[in-house]
Write a protein of this length. Structure first.
Lengths: 266, 271
């Protein structure tokens, strides 16, 4: 979304959270199996993204970023206070493992590794095709020059909403994997910190292509693991991680604004 | 006598005097402006700096809203442009070349041309994923159209043909200007608004651009409405000339008549 259509959202964790909570309710309360749960998570998140996108994408630039901050805060507040459905700050424990076709239980690290790999492959395939397509070209055009796009007869509001909805729907898949793997979710996993973590991964890795965000994700996920070898006490290591994220972002924005492997320069 | 493709009637546009000015502190940039553009002709709009020429084009394109007045576009049916959103004005057949090069720097030269295509299905993200064959065929047709257009306008050995896969950001200002002009041939436009087509271009190319504009009218059936400060270019290219002064059309007629007028010479040309 940020690399192709220049829409910087700091509310991506909200959609990730909606996907996770819908998954938890689908698996635990409705007793649905694997595919119906993931489809329901995507559809509910997609519908929410359409409504939010229609309202917020009438704004541009900084105003849009602030609107996504507002969405993030609203969703977190709802997850934290709608006790009857989300169990508020207590979270939803005991989320059952999803069953493939109702029989094959997805449980354990190996099974989730396969599921995550499969979803990652589908996501990469989808976005590879999308970037190379005329639709991807229109998004790049929107990123480069929205005035020219209007002059060429393109409905840029529709393009922005499509980009926002696609991006949000894929966040729901992450929520599905997380909720079904961890088996316990609470609102703190979907707060502003998480959104900033996601956008940090994207900006550090780079935008405008597939490999940039992948490299960024590897970097931000691998960093705490590497810090373990340094032998820092836990309390210092957590703070050190945030300092390194922040420092990396500053250095990247100053000297390599396209990120480690991206193509789009901010 | 040719029918009018565009009729601007009693158009008013005012702006606030300052960013923090009061609402009533405005000045009228366009005031009771009336213009009729005959179909299949080249009409030039001339006038001093800050007289509202580009503002008028921005109103016609929908990027600015007029205070009052009507703009009628006569194609297969008559449309009041005031009621049409900006992007849909292009669908009616109105194209635009901007004063500063509005090209897409991260796209290739070819992509800058074929992006003008507005096939609705190709803009559908799911079409891109699930109907690759159809998209590829469509892209092939568009690529052929782009290369044929360049070859037709500039000749088969023109340097742009060897730069189709280069990023547009690598082109010179003049080459970017040409891309903007070529793009107007990629759609089926009825009226094109050219804001200073020769601005920033090597003077040696002026005659060349003049020929391209004439070609738009003679071969492609377009109507051209252009803003220009190069009076030799206006004399060579345009059929009609409008002199904008004090928010309204002060003089109109053939270029030789308008540019030969004493008032225009004294107040605009400085003769």
């Amino acid at each position: 979304m940020v690399g192709l259509s220049n829409l910087l959202s700091i509310g991506q964790a909200a959609f990730y959270g909606i996907g996770a909570y819908v998954t938890a309710l689908a698996l635990k309360t409705l007793g649905l199996s694997f595919f119906p749960s993931v489809i329901l998570a995507i559809v509910i998140t997609l519908l929410f993204a359409i409504i939010v996108g229609y309202i917020s994408l009438k704004m541009e630039g900084d105003y849009f970023i602030l609107a996504t901050l507002g969405i993030q805060i609203i969703v977190f507040t709802i997850l934290n206070n709608w006790i009857a459905v989300t169990m508020g700050p207590y979270g939803i424990p005991g989320i059952p493992s999803p069953k493939l076709f109702g029989y094959i239980e997805i449980k354990g690290i190996e099974s989730f590794l396969m599921v995550s790999t499969a979803f990652s492959a589908i996501t990469i395939f989808f976005f590879h095709r999308l970037i190379k397509s005329p639709f991807g070209r229109d998004l790049k055009g929107l990123r480069d020059d929205s005035i020219s796009m209007i002059a060429l007869g393109k409905n840029i509001t529709k393009l922005k909403i499509q980009s926002f909805v696609i991006s949000s729907s894929f966040a729901a898949i992450s929520g599905f994997i997380y909720a079904s793997y961890i088996s316990y979710i609470d609102p703190t996993s979907y707060n502003l910190d998480e959104s900033i973590f996601i956008i940090s991964a994207v900006l550090i890795g780079g935008t405008g292509n597939i490999k940039g965000p992948i490299i960024g994700a590897i970097f931000v996920v691998a960093l705490p693991e590497l810090l373990r070898f340094v032998g820092l006490p836990d309390s210092i290591a957590a703070n050190m991680r945030m300092i390194i994220y922040g420092l990396t972002l500053v250095i990247i924005m100053r000297y390599r604004s396209q990120g480690l492997a991206g193509v789009y320069k901010f | 006598m040719a029918r009018n493709i565009l009729e601007i009637k009693e158009l008013y546009k005012s702006f606030s005097k300052g960013k923090y000015g009061k609402d009533d502190e405005t000045y009228n940039l366009l005031s009771n402006l009336n213009i009729s553009i005959p179909e299949n002709t080249i009409s030039a709009l001339i006038g001093g700096n800050a007289t509202g020429k580009t503002t008028l084009f921005n109103i016609l394109s929908g990027f600015l809203k007029e205070d009052s007045g009507n703009i009628y576009f006569h194609n297969s049916k008559t449309t009041n442009l005031s009621e049409i959103p900006p992007y849909k004005r292009e669908h009616l057949g109105i194209g635009r070349l901007f004063q500063d090069n509005h090209i897409f720097p991260t796209l290739t030269v070819l992509e800058n041309l074929i992006i003008a295509d507005k096939n609705v299905l190709k803009g559908n993200p799911f079409e891109a994923i699930f109907n690759v064959k159809r998209v590829k065929e469509s892209e092939k047709v568009l690529t052929q159209k782009a290369t044929e257009t360049i070859a037709h306008l500039f000749g088969k050995s023109h340097e742009l043909l060897s730069k189709l896969n280069d990023k547009a950001s690598s082109l010179s200002f003049g080459q970017k200007r040409l891309i903007g002009l070529i793009r107007l041939f990629m759609s089926d436009y009825k009226l094109v608004l050219l804001d200073e087509p020769t601005a920033g271009i090597n003077p040696a190319l002026n005659d060349f651009i003049s020929e391209i504009i004439k070609q738009m009218v003679l071969e492609n059936g377009m109507t051209v409405f252009l803003i220009e400060h190069n009076m030799n270019f206006v004399r060579k290219t345009a059929h009609n000339c409008f002199f904008l002064d004090n928010g309204k059309i002060n003089m109109q007629g053939t270029p030789s008549k308008v540019l030969g007028n004493e008032f225009v010479q004294k107040n605009y040309l400085g003769v």
